[in-house]
Design a protein around this ligand. Structure first.
Ligand code: AHR
Length: 621
């Protein structure tokens, strides 16, 4: 029996309960969300060779020179004849599409440089254009390339530039963009933004994760260098094994938040690098604190401020709706235990300048990492807890927050995901690249606990968000949304979270499950069913989530105390084989199905399939 007791007050559901976490991992931006199609566009990925660029035809030649035009673009590609770029596992070609090409180039002659998007062997040209105006001076040349309605949809394509009448061509940056979401320049891939919009995220935590910190003190996310025209951005070394173009810079993160109707949760660098190096609290940390204040000023400062004025100059007069700032990331890994001192310094400076901002700490929580260094000198507004847990353990975490200390900071579950058997940081190619249904069931079970306790859990976001599924495209095994150059799909976990994000009220309804069969693993026991319920107090909609982790279907008797429901509603169910995954070939193998319900009353029965996540949407009268 599932009892829903409306006579109890329930708790206010945090309006920011479900959001997203993002960082550059698994080619999330370069080769992912960020629309750029040219790989190694500034020839900085490899100092020895022009990676992803090849000479076209027997008589052509390509080589790297240190003769680029600026400090941010120190390298030039010298081309005789023609050169091709193979993109991020191909260049996606679609019919009736317009591509924007922007090239920084010079030549030893005059006359146009020819540009084309061609099949991999060059036999078929899908779109072409001339870049006019090249001469012996570095110039920015632009053109649009349009495909006709007859071209195939394929990623087996390359971008080719040819010298034309000149003998030699030098390139310092080559950029090609397909249509982007809302047509934004330097913008995002449409299918991926649409998938995020369907999740109804309330916030976006960025830029990491490990990507905020980098491997060494030199490799932190360099927000200042990510502003302005892309040819001024040097890019930087990311901790996930490849160089970042920083095309997805601070402003682009913020614009992305706008696109998905989310508020930014900005993580500021707090002086800890992944190799264990730390800037000790005190004088040496001061410039880092100032750096964070400047960064916040860029996001919310007015025209009278230096960095607010810079944002306005960059095209965004309105401050962004920043409410939360996170100090560092997973600082429980800092063996020196310096976080408390560093946190105090950042906290005091941020609160002094921006008293309304809520400050998030990365230790002091009740996850395994956070407990190592409790915070005693300042009470953060929120504490970030991370859980990457085997599916069984994730289901066990469903009750974690039921008896959590309510006198401390609120909780931000800033990274979490269930995995099946092999941990995602060691699993590599053996599992993934996205979760299976078993993981999604465990994720959903955990979320019933998050939702039930959303007086204390104010925010939560799964990680990682994105993965490029091509060989070599991933560093983490279990992710939410997979893609190649052309197509994308949501994992079962994506659908489970979309179901939770789309169906949430503003107040919880007390739920009790009785007579529930247990699930067992060795001598461990857990309930086989999990549930939570919320209602929208403005219109009476009731959202009931039921997770059946058992291998048999389960009939539940619903007992609504203190409320009447209308006879109609809907039921959305995600079910299948627990080992099943979605893929590019079968993107909706595990996807929710919605049916209409009729004949409901305040005590009705419903059968929930084996291995399922279900959402009932009902109307209270
Ligand atoms: O999500 C992958 C990594 O897991 C994040 O970068 C880091 O914060 C965590 O350890």
């Amino acid at each position: 029996t599932l009892t829903l007791d409306f006579s109890k007050p329930g708790v206010r559901v945090s309006p920011t309960l479900y959001g997203l976490m993002t960082e550059e991992i698994n080619y999330s931006y370069d080769g992912g969300l960020y629309g750029e199609l040219v790989r190694n566009r500034a020839f900085l990925d490899d100092a020895q060779r022009p990676a992803h660029w090849t000479a076209v035809g027997d008589k052509s030649s390509v080589s790297l020179e240190r003769t680029g035009p600026t400090a941010a673009r120190p390298v030039a590609l010298r081309v005789g004849g023609g050169v091709a770029n193979d993109g991020y596992w191909g260049i996606p070609v679609k019919p009736r599409s317009t591509y924007r090409l922007s090239v920084w180039a010079k030549t030893d002659g005059r006359g146009p440089i020819s540009a084309s998007i061609e099949s991999e062997n060059g036999a078929t040209v899908y779109a072409k254009a001339d870049l006019e105006g090249a001469d012996g001076t570095w110039r920015n040349l632009t053109a649009t390339l349009k495909t006709s309605r007859d071209v195939p949809t394929t990623a087996a394509a390359r971008l080719v530039l040819r010298t034309g009448t000149a003998r030699t061509l030098w390139l310092s940056q080559v950029s090609l963009f397909p249509p982007t979401f809302n047509g934004r320049r330097n913008g995002n891939r449409i299918d991926l933004v649409e998938k995020l919009l369907d999740m109804r995220p309330k916030f976006l935590r960025f830029p990491g994760g490990n990507y905020l910190e980098g491997n060494t003190l030199q490799d932190k996310f360099p927000w200042r260098d990510t502003l302005g025209p892309i040819e001024g951005r040097p890019g930087h070394k990311s901790p996930w094994g490849y160089r970042s173009t920083d095309g997805m810079g601070l402003l682009e993160f913020l614009l992305w938040c706008e696109e998905i109707k989310s508020k930014p949760v900005l993580a500021v660098y707090a002086g800890y690098a992944l190799n264990g190096d730390v800037i000790k609290p005190g004088t040496l940390l001061r410039p880092f604190v100032q750096d964070a204040l400047d960064e916040i000023e860029y996001v919310i400062g007015g025209p009278e401020t230096k960095w607010g004025a810079q944002r306005i100059k960059d095209g965004h007069p309105k401050p962004f709706p920043l409410e939360c700032v996170e100090v560092g990331n997973e600082d429980g890994f800092d063996k020196t235990g310096s976080y408390e001192g560093r946190f105090v310094q950042f906290y005091d400076a941020i609160k002094a300048k921006y008293p309304k901002l809520r400050v998030i700490s990365t230790t002091g929580g009740k996850d395994w990492l956070g407990q190592k260094f409790p915070l005693t000198q300042r009470k953060p507004d929120l504490v970030d807890e991370h859980y990457y847990s085997e599916a069984w353990d994730m289901m066990a975490l469903a009750t974690k927050y039921d008896d959590y200390d309510r006198s401390g900071p609120k909780v931000f579950v800033g990274e979490w995901a269930a995995f099946d058997t092999v941990a995602p940081w060691v699993g590599g190619a053996r599992t993934g690249p996205t979760s299976n249904l078993r993981c999604a069931i465990a994720d959903a079970a955990f979320l019933t606990g998050v939702e039930r306790n959303s007086d204390i859990v104010a925010m939560s976001c799964y990680a990682p968000l994105f993965v490029n599924v091509n060989p070599g495209g991933r560093q983490w095994a279990i992710n939410l949304i997979g893609y190649d150059a052309l197509n994308s799909f949501g994992a079962p976990s994506y659908y489970a979270q979309t179901m939770f994000g789309q169906n949430i009220g503003d107040r919880t309804v007390a739920t009790t499950l009785t007579g529930v069969p247990e699930q067992r693993s060795g001598d461990r026991k857990l309930p086989g069913l999990f549930a939570s319920a919320t209602r929208d107090t403005r219109n009476g909609t009731l959202f009931v989530k039921v997770v059946n982790a058992l291998p048999t279907s389960q009939e539940l008797a619903f007992d609504l105390k203190g409320a009447q429901i209308a006879s109609d509603g809907t039921l959305t169910v995600l079910t299948g084989d627990p080992k099943d995954v979605n893929t590019l070939a079968e993107p909706a193998k595990i996807a929710p199905q919605t049916t209409k319900l009729n004949g409901l009353s305040s005590s009705f029965r419903r059968t929930f399939p084996a291995n399922s996540v279900s959402v009932l949407r009902l109307r209270t009268k």
